[in-house]
Design a protein around this ligand. Structure first.
Ligand code: CTP
Ligand code: MG
Length: 231
């Protein structure tokens, strides 16, 4: 199932405390952004990549794409102040190009091709499908450090990206969010507001987002494990 992918990459990485966009940090001598791009570059079902970037970083990213032979990037619109606006800019630029769109954090370099395949399949059948993993820990709702309830873990999923949508659904959801001034933390929230069912596809625990310094250690360990498996 062919799709295009939108990668928001216009953040500032404040929690990483690197002093610049964390996507330029390297894992095994390769920028995080390139690790993520390579997954889609190598997926035959990916028909194009749209990257939301900070205008002042566009040149540096362009150089990086050339150096690492990334050929599928079709557009690099300017990102916005919030992640949702960065994704919106890409969707506006790309919406004519495909019936199926995946939105994926550029900061999640370890997404597995098998999960992408399942997501694209499910979203093309149903309209909307997002990646998630089952919660492993006991979960409680807490208010002012006092427990209100223990939440049934069986029903709790930790949500990741990619999030896959039929293009018309995502465009409609974004338009409604804009009209309502609604800001969500993922695209699924915008679609949920339209009462459209969003399916959750089981992903892997190593699809972590590089957010804080510890995540870089986890990232190096994942790459090491994968290399050992290859040998
Ligand atoms: N992102 C974006 N535009 C923004 C904010 C975030 O394109 N205005 C992108 C980031 O580059 C990242 C993804 O959205 O690939 C997920 O966001 P997050 O992990 O929060 O990254 P940052 O916003 O860069 O980090 P922080 O929140 O710590 O500042
Ligand atoms: Mg952020």
């Amino acid at each position: 199932m062919n799709y295009i992918v939108v990668l928001p990459a216009a953040g500032s990485g404040k929690r990483m405390k690197a002093g610049h966009n964390k996507l330029f940090l390297t894992l095994r001598n390769k920028p995080i952004l390139i690790h993520t791009l390579e997954v889609f570059e190598q997926d035959p079902n990916c028909a194009g990549i749209w990257l939301a970037v900070k205008p002042e970083e566009r040149m540096a990213i362009q150089d990086m794409l050339e150096e690492h032979h990334i050929t599928k990037v079709k557009g690099m619109p300017a990102g916005g102040e919030e992640r949702q606006y960065s994704v919106y800019a890409c969707i506006q630029a790309a919406k004519q190009e495909a019936e199926l769109i995946l939105v994926h954090d550029a900061a999640r370099p370890f997404i597995e091709p098998a999960v992408i395949k399942k997501l694209a399949q499910k979203a093309s059948e149903t309209g909307a499908a997002i990646a998630g993993v089952k919660a492993k820990d006991t979960m409680k709702r807490v208010h002012n450090h006092i427990i209100e309830e223990t939440v049934d873990r069986e029903q709790l999923w930790i949500i990741q990206t990619p999030q896959a949508f039929q293009t018309d659904i995502l465009v409609k959801a974004q338009k409604q969010a804009e009209l309502d001034g609604f800001l969500g933390t993922d695209e699924s929230m915008l679609v949920e507001r339209l009462n459209i069912p969003v399916h959750v596809v089981e992903s892997t625990y190593d699809n972590v987002k590089m957010t804080t310094q510890e995540d870089l250690l986890i990232g190096e360990a994942i790459l090491q494990k994968r290399q050992q498996e290859e040998n």
